[in-house]
Design a protein around this ligand. Sequence first.
Ligand SMILES: Cc1ncc(COP(=O)(O)O)c(C=O)c1O
Length: 391
Amino acid sequence: MTELSDPLLLIPGPTPLAPEVLAALARPAQSHTGPVVAAATRRIQTGVAAALGADPATTVHVVPGSGTLALESALVNVVAPGDRVVSCIQGYFGQRFAAIAERLGADVVRLEVPWGESVAAQRVAAELAHGPVRAVTVTHVDTSTGVAAPLGAVADAIRGRGALLVVDAVASAGGMAVEMADRGIDVVATSSQKALAMPAGLALVAVGPRARARRAERSGLVTTYLDWQEWAPVMDEPTRYFATPAVNLVVAGAAAVARAEQEGWAQRFERHRRVAVAARAGLAALGLQPAAAAGAELAATLSAVRVPRGVDPQRLRAEVQAAGVVIAGGLGPWAPDTVRLGHMGEVGVAELLRGLAALEAGLAALGARAIDGLGVARLLAAAGTDRAPLP
Ligand SMILES: Cc1ncc(COP(=O)(O)O)c(C=O)c1O
């Protein structure tokens, strides 16, 4: 698909857009309260709710903005100054979530683990035993490490204790099951540009009934734009007006949902899981091993891998980019020796073939290995599309 490949984005978002999504972006602007945008908004709401496993009492807010805005929306509506918030921090974006809570005046307990590890649910339970907690924040997949948090265990640890469970699913929604209703998650914040494979620019916030009730009972909200109560009438009936939606993005986002629904959400999660296994087999064959701690649950949506000793990740990325493929650098403490590959949304084995071939050529150009094609061979073998025995 040429649309996917100019250049080929194998970064952890924004991700490549399918042809029908690009075509939808090219449609003429529509009235923000007209039937086309209203129908597209509803389509995104029902699609995202299904992707998150939300129940019918949940409202999905679709607001112009990025994932960070979604995180801010998720907290500003429920957290008041002085509230205790427990933040599970597994990397860069967990820190951002905690920092947002701190700016809102919350008394934040940071449950931080070294990069590459997972927060233990028992630590969350222990904090809840110390006194009332308004909210627990969890980053489902921290894109800085590629490690998935033990969402189910954290949800079990706080169930029935009165705290709201607020989850950042920016790097998982659409590619991994979130199980909002089954786990009792109160708010999920995500965005359009990753595994949902929509254009960048939509902040998506799924608000469950307990979170909505908390918003209703509190006063003194410092924001107008992010107030769920301002948006609620529009989200119930998208022909109403509060603030102008991103009309072209909404129409294109609905096209992405239609495509995902054709595949089926469960099938899509399974595809992501298989593609991740294949990607890691190919990467490992090139000497690129996950930087995560042994035993940590790896995300299905991206891989953060260590480069071989002596290889400068920036130079490797430049070599790969020269072959028309964009990969991401490491963040924070992992910047000196890691790179990150997104494998979510529209990215499948065909795209990874190009990515691994470019990586292999790049590593060879930097003198780190000879070209033997093992990366792509292992990728194909693990994907189940090439059953020929490997050397
Ligand atoms: C897990 C996670 N949370 C939050 C964000 C912030 O999203 P945005 O860059 O769209 O503001 C990102 C961005 O990559 C992310 O990966």
